[in-house]
Structure formats: C-alpha cells, structure tokens
Design a protein around this ligand. Structure first.
Ligand SMILES: [Ca+2]
Length: 231
C-alpha cells in the first residue's frame, strides 16, 4: 500500500488560502455598528411642527412637512443637547399655545438582520403631559416605522429629565428605518432630547461574501476529495 502523499507546499498554501477566504467571508462584519445619533448631533434630526390644534390628540400632529431640527441654545440633560424648530424652543410668547412636534431620525440597517436589532435609549420632551396647568395632556410617545405609539416612564415626573431606559426589539425593517417622537409643547421653551444607550444587530453576510465563502469551501472540498482518492 502506498503511503499517503503529504500535501505539496503549493497545495498546502492553496488550502490555507481557501480556508482563510471561507472563514473571512462567513464571519465578515464589514459594516460598522448600526447607528442612531443622540440629539446632540442635530444634523441627524428633522422636525415637523403643527400649531393651534386640539390638546392631547394624536391627530393634532402632522408628518407631511419636515424641516431640519435646530439645537436649543444652552439646554442639555446628562450632557445631551435638546432640539426643537427654534433655538430657544419657543414659538409663542406665552404658554398655552399648543404646539405639536414630531422629531424624526432615519437610520439604515442595510447589512444587518433587522429581526435581531435592539435599541436602548432614554428621552425627554417638553412638555410632558403631567397635567400641570398649561402643559397639556399629551404624554410624549414614540413609534418606529409608523407602528403603534409607545410611551415611557419618567421616574422623576419632571419635564426636563430623561425617561427610564427604553428597549425596542421589534418593528425594525431591512434598509431604511424611521423613528418618530411625538411631543406636544405649550408654545414656550419646548423641545426634545434623546440619548441612545446601545444599538445592536447581527450582521448578515453580503452576497459577494457568500459567493467567496462558497468558492472557498468548494476549493477545500475539491482538495479533500483529491487527497482521499487512491494515489
Ligand atoms: Ca414648554
């Protein structure tokens, strides 16, 4: 019986290259982590504003006309800047002029499995629906990709404080996603702040990576068959 022939140097190199290609392709994480920005990065946010509509009604908000959001001068919570449609958050000179804001951020989950996405954040809105005089009755709510409204818990019950951490783990879609925050203001020093805590999603191999992996595995399979064949 003829002893098994050791792999030649060139073939061993080929095996290593094919294995490396297959491994790299299958474990590729070419994309950076999915990204949702805080309100400190005002360039990532837009806002739609509606005035003098009924207090406390979802139908008082409009999402047909968005504009670039504006950073509120000198206002932050836990170091996170606030945003509105004006630099002081005011649209009127006195409270009780109901103002309806939808703060929007778009983000991209291309390259990720949307079913595995999980976003954690804290947020705050002025006004807060606390039932105080002239604050309105709307409790700030958010929704993802036009889904159902979700509320949050503000442990301090304080207008400018952050909510308890919120975890969103469903409702994400492949590609472009939109998260909207609905805040009713009383016309004076209104606004919104949001602080992402974490955002994770499993990467999906790109088609080119899959093709590379298949090619690498095919080479390995071919070599294995040749090695096991009688010499
Ligand atoms: Ca206000």
């Amino acid at each position: 019986m003829t002893p098994r022939t050791p792999l030649s140097a060139s073939r061993a190199h080929l095996v290593r290259a094919a294995a490396f290609a297959a491994f790299t392709a299958l474990t590729a994480t070419a994309h950076a982590a999915p990204d949702v920005a805080s309100t400190s990065d005002v360039s990532r946010w837009q806002v739609a504003v509606n005035f003098h509509q009924p207090d406390g009604q979802a139908t008082s908000f409009q999402t047909s006309t968005f504009q670039d959001a504006v950073a509120i001068t000198g206002r932050s919570t836990d170091g996170i800047g606030w945003i509105a449609n004006t630099a002081n958050g005011s649209n009127f000179g006195s409270v009780g002029n109901w103002t309806f804001f939808v703060f929007r951020q778009e983000f991209d989950l291309t390259g990720y499995d949307a079913s595995t996405a999980e976003l954690r954040f804290q947020w705050a809105g002025d006004d807060s629906g606390q039932g105080f005089a002239d604050r309105g009755t709307w409790v700030p709510k958010f929704r993802l990709n036009g889904g159902s409204f979700q509320s949050s818990v503000w442990p301090g019950g304080f207008t400018y404080g952050f909510s308890d951490p919120v975890t969103v783990s469903s409702g994400f879609v492949a590609g472009r996603n939109v998260i909207d925050f609905y805040v009713e203001g009383n016309g004076v020093t209104d606004g919104f702040a949001m602080k992402p805590l974490s955002f994770t999603a499993a990467p999906v191999p790109e088609a080119s990576s899959l093709a590379l992996a298949v090619a690498g595995l095919a080479v390995l399979g071919g070599l294995a068959r040749r090695r096991s064949a009688p010499c």
